[in-house]
Write a protein that binds this ligand. Sequence first.
Ligand SMILES: *Cc1c(COP(=O)(O)O)cnc(C)c1O
Length: 485
Amino acid sequence: MRNRLATKLLFELSQPDREGSRLPACDVPEQNIEDMLPTSAFATSPPELPELSEPDVVRHYTNLSTLNMSVDTHFYPLGSCTMKYNPKRNERLAALPGFSELHPFQPEETIQGMLQLLHELQQMLAEISGLPAVSLQPAAGAHGELTALMVAAAYFRDNNQRRTKVLAPDSAHGTNPASAAMAGFETIAIKSLPSGYVDMRDLHNKLDDQVGVLMITNPNTLGLFESEIGQIVNAVHERGGLVYLDGANMNAILGMTRPGDFGADMMHFNPHKTFSGPHGGGGPGAGPICVVDFLQPYLPVPNVVHDQDLYRLDFDRPKSIGQVRSFFGNVGVLVRAYAYIRTHGPDGLKQVAQNAVLNANYVLSRVRHILPVPQGNRCMHEFVATASQLKNDKGISAMDIAKRLLDFGFHAPTVYFPTTVAESMMIEPTETESRTTLDAFAETLFRITDEPSELLHEAPHSTWISRPNEVQAARHPVTRWKPAG
Ligand SMILES: *Cc1c(COP(=O)(O)O)cnc(C)c1O
């Protein structure tokens, strides 16, 4: 189980003069480098790089990769993250040289295929969202939030409106208030009712003419579809504000309803979640945004347009907020999203949502007697259970269960988020899991919660690192190796 080979750093494995390459003799006249560059540009000593053979390096990384959990190796019910299986077909298509070997500075005539793909993806996302204007540029969901809020700010400025506030429910993802702050807004939290829905009274109390945007996740972070979304949207619009839909939970509603139809003015997609792009470990992702037509002039440049049989990048948008990322975005992720959407088609996407919701409800109904779900008998694509009762009765926390699951080959659910539920465990199975896997997961939860609590407090027992100090890791991350002494 524990893989000792993976625990040394390349620097520690290094041996003086060990080499991993054999270069042919130089067959062109050698130039004197000092004639070409000023001596001040020279390093005084060679860089201290590890000296290793190719097998050393291959074994190091291959062994290191076995310490990880991934959707290819384990069930990964990490709530809010939509860790669905990443079809290998998408990888093959994204790796085609015509996509993967393009240079972003190539003339447009030579990248017509890529531009056509991006243009069609814009149209498909407009159709799925019910919002006609699309920018593929943002690099992740959080970046999409920031970009859309910058678009909103530009719109208010252009219309001489001073709106300084963003409202977001207290169950919102942490990126919502962070994006609002970065875009220069003050964030005000809207309370949730004990039922998990937005507290309409609190919303009305906090809505005024200074509110620029309400950010809302629907279905929300508790896996509930905000049934009063119509009234929520109307209340914001009546005060002249805009509604932003955090689209991270689109897996629950693909093809069933559209944010544009329930009144959102702006949204982002997370193609790496909803459209099966591989993610984790910080990237790569993408965060395309879709907006209503009156916000289109403010979208980032360039946009992909199609005229006279040619696809081209349009920079001619005087009111645009400008470029938010280099070139036209993280195209590798967008090609995978395109392949996924085209593979499923409209009926297939609807089935994705239906099966995601079915799987989540199946797990919910199997585990709720040991892990109660305070907000509802039914859920959308995910649900938030609580270990509070287990904690009181047996001293078993959500963290203990999460850690112990690793010993049984299951990635942990999201724990302690949202903070509105005590000892929360947010479980999102996704549609790509079989009933066999869901049953095995449920039965493992039964077994774990029956184990002696001491065994759980020390879990995981099978991983190389058991319980790192997570607070210290977040506050004082050591991200760089330094030689001893
Ligand atoms: C994942 C997520 C985000 C942020 O998206 P990234 O692509 O990770 O930047 C925002 N809101 C919710 C609800 C999410 O689950």
